[in-house]
Design a protein around this ligand. Structure first.
Ligand SMILES: [Zn+2]
Length: 217
């Protein structure tokens, strides 16, 4: 089994690119956010634990996250895995290495800070069908309203408000940017300029994946 890591600041398009890779290539996507939601919804012991931690406004501990990742990796033995949202810190990267998994490549989605802020502050969400719009890149037909639920006004998530974005970017710089340095010294970091069309970015990301595949096989 080989593990791929998708890394980048908030708004770099990790979710979009990860979904495309999962759809089009033989790779299993493991998003820690999705796994946490799955446990909470299924009301597993861990899910109940996580729910109460989050209800107190606290962060899920590294121990819990590592246990989750280890369990998911064990379940998909033999498949290539794409990690999204993990490791977020150098401590987590160390813990992942402790599991004995081999990291094939870290794909870094690089975007200028000003482009990120524009991308995130322009995002609008339909509270009813959860579709995402962007006031510049993919505006609804009628400004401020969902194309599918015409009576519903679009909203901006709190996380996408400018002040919150700067906080998220500062956390990323402090905690996650060092993860890139960690893999860079191991020669495991490939940078993709993640600006422009989604399909063009995907082509670059996929080519790294396919190249590495043919080298390994
Ligand atoms: Zn809608």
């Amino acid at each position: 089994m080989k593990v791929w890591i998708l890394i980048g600041p908030p708004g770099a398009g990790k979710g979009t690119q990860g979904d495309l890779l999962k759809e089009r290539l033989p790779i299993h996507k493991l998003s820690t956010g999705d796994v946490l939601r799955k446990h909470i919804e299924a009301e597993t012991t861990l899910g109940r634990q996580v729910k109460s931690i989050m209800a107190e406004g606290k962060l899920v501990s590294d121990e819990i996250l590592l246990a989750l990742v280890a369990a998911e990796l064990a379940e998909v033995q033999g498949q290539d895995v794409l990690l999204d949202g993990y490791p977020r810190t150098v401590a987590q990267a160390d813990a992942l290495e402790g599991l004995g998994v081999s990291v094939a490549q870290v794909i870094y989605l690089a975007v200028d800070e000003s482009a990120l802020v524009r991308r995130l502050t322009g995002r609008r969400l339909c509270p009813s069908c959860k579709r995402i719009y962007h006031i510049e890149a993919s505006p609804p037909q009628l400004a401020g309203h969902c194309d599918y639920c015409v009576d519903t006004a679009l909203i901006q998530r709190e996380d996408d408000q400018e002040e919150r974005i700067w906080t998220r970017l500062a956390i990323y710089e402090k905690e996650t940017a060092p993860v890139l340095a960690y893999y860079r010294v191991k020669g495991l970091c490939q940078e993709v300029k993640a600006e422009g069309e989604v399909e063009n970015i995907y082509a670059k990301v996929a080519s790294i994946f396919l190249q590495e595949q043919s080298v390994i096989k």
